[in-house]
Design a binder for this molecule. Structure first.
Ligand code: NAP
Ligand code: HSE
Length: 429
């Protein structure tokens, strides 16, 4: 039996989950692949912190773990983009394969890291960085490799999907639902990454890299999170036949442009995505040969993440044993660029709070008309107090720039009370 030595750097929520799950996975790996994983070094920030029993005594200097000759594969579970980058760079210099769950590292520093990995000829395995227990990166790299991808979309942040589900199904408030997501080990150490859409954008960048060979400049991706969603919008969306999800979209526009965005989005209540609840994720994609494919599964938490990490460790260990180079980043020179956010075209939900006076609805509708934006549905509910009323519009396809122009004109009307609430609508047909 081949025993392969693992060095674990970072042993928090995810690392301690992996240590708990490894003894149960090892007999399966032995039976199915003829390998055993053995943790031979652990580095943490504070080794004196009380923790459940560990297979080896933790130390604070990760460089010692990377340099240990008995350690053949490094598992980085520290998070962030600074220290994690140094760890990755040290592994590549030492020609030790790196397994990581760190989507921020790949999305924000992939432009630097990928050339280093190519130069070193050392693989980086990162299945755990996207969609928890769903092996979607492997599907893109292997099962769908012969397909041109016509587009993909996904619910790829478990924490925000959990919060939205708790708010809609159990009437929880935002803060309580977020605390539950933290207690269950779904949230990032800095939970703003989850609720502000940044974690989903990290994952969307990685999906874009695998689907289109193009890693977007992270700061250019339009990202919105879930903080602005109100119970009122959830209810209006439902009346219009939709549910609100934090949705990531990645799709080619023509030959050279790619659209990548993350935003709260109305999706049809009858679409399978609408019934993806709690910390579950879903990724839908359309291959030119495969047609539509949808993956659903647990998207966050130590067990779902262990599933992906252990699969990557097993693949890395098999490659070490077989002296195979493993999956290297291809040398892609894709001439692609992100579409400018204002050029993006789609449908929108717009809620405007106006004074309840005759003629106001006609004025607002007239402005949409003057910008050549069609209206597919309108709600003007009764019974809203203080002389103000929400006007809710579902619009036909329009560019972001013409929508913004219309909304700016509406904001200048004397009867408009608050800035408009705008959300994307995707029919996902
Ligand atoms: P965490 O609970 O904050 O754990 C971080 C660990 O890194 C801790 O053990 C910490 O040590 C250690 N650490 C920090 N700085 C270090 C340093 N300089 N040297 C050595 N160790 C250091 O984070 P986590 O939630 O486990 O997340 C880890 C990674 O997994 C992140 O990249 C995250 O995005 C990713 N991820 C998380 C999930 C999830 O469901 N939570 C899913 C997929 C991917 P101490 O214990 O001493 O503080
Ligand atoms: N914080 C992340 C989420 C963990 O909630 O989806 C999984 O990547």
């Amino acid at each position: 039996m081949n025993k392969i030595g693992i060095g674990l750097i970072g042993c928090g929520t995810v690392g301690s989950g992996l240590i708990r799950n490894l003894p149960h996975a090892n007999p399966l790996l032995a039976e199915r692949l003829g390998i055993q994983l053995e943790i031979r070094g652990i580095a943490v920030r504070d080794p004196s912190k009380p923790r459940p029993s560990l297979p080896v005594q933790p130390i604070s200097d990760w460089k010692i773990v990377v340099a240990d000759p008995s350690v053949q594969i490094i598992l980085e579970l520290v998070g962030g983009t600074d220290e994690a980058f140094q760890i990755a760079e040290a592994c590549l210099k030492a020609h030790k394969p790196l397994v990581t769950a760190n989507k921020a590292l790949l999305a924000e520093r992939g432009q630097e890291l990928i050339p280093l990995a190519q130069k070193s000829g050392t693989p980086i395995y990162f299945e755990a960085s996207v969609a928890g227990g769903i092996p979607v990166l492997k599907a893109l790299r292997e099962g769908l490799v012969a397909n041109q991808l016509l587009g993909l979309h996904g619910i790829i942040n478990g924490t925000s999907n959990y919060i939205l589900s708790r708010m809609v199904e159990a009437g929880s408030d935002f803060a309580t639902a977020l605390q539950q997501a933290k207690d269950l080990g779904y949230a990032e150490a800095d939970d703003r990454l989850d609720v502000d859409g940044i974690d989903a954008a990290h994952k969307a960048s990685i999906l874009c890299l695998l689907a289109y060979g193009f890693l977007p400049k992270f700061s250019e991706i339009p990202v919105e999170g879930i903080r602005k969603i109100t119970a009122q919008d959830v209810s209006f969306a439902r009346q219009l036949g939709y549910v609100i999800k934090l949705l990531a979209m990645v799709r080619p526009i023509g030959n050279e442009q790619i659209e990548v965005r993350v935003a709260p989005t109305l999706v049809p209540a009858l679409h399978p995505l609408a019934s993806v609840h709690g910390a579950f994720n879903a990724v839908g994609l359309i291959g030119n040969l495969s047609g539509p494919v949808q993956f659903t599964g647990r998207g966050a938490g130590p067990d779902a993440t262990s599933s992906a990490l252990l699969a990557d460790l097993a693949e890395a260990a098999k490659n070490v044993r077989d002296k195979s180079p493993g999956p290297l980043f291809p040398k892609v020179d894709r001439k692609a660029r992100l579409i400018a956010p204002n050029d993006s075209v789609g449908r929108f939900y717009v809620r405007i709070e106006v004074e309840d006076r005759p003629g106001v609805l006609a004025q607002v509708a007239g402005i949409f008309g003057s910008e050549k934006i069609g209206i597919s549905s309108v709600l003007q509910p009764e019974g809203h107090g203080a002389g103000s009323v929400p006007l809710v519009f579902l619009l036909e396809s329009a560019s972001v720039s013409s929508l913004q122009k219309a909304v700016a004109l509406i904001a200048k009307l004397p009867n408009t009370r608050q800035p408009a609430m705008i959300m994307r609508v995707e029919d996902l047909t």
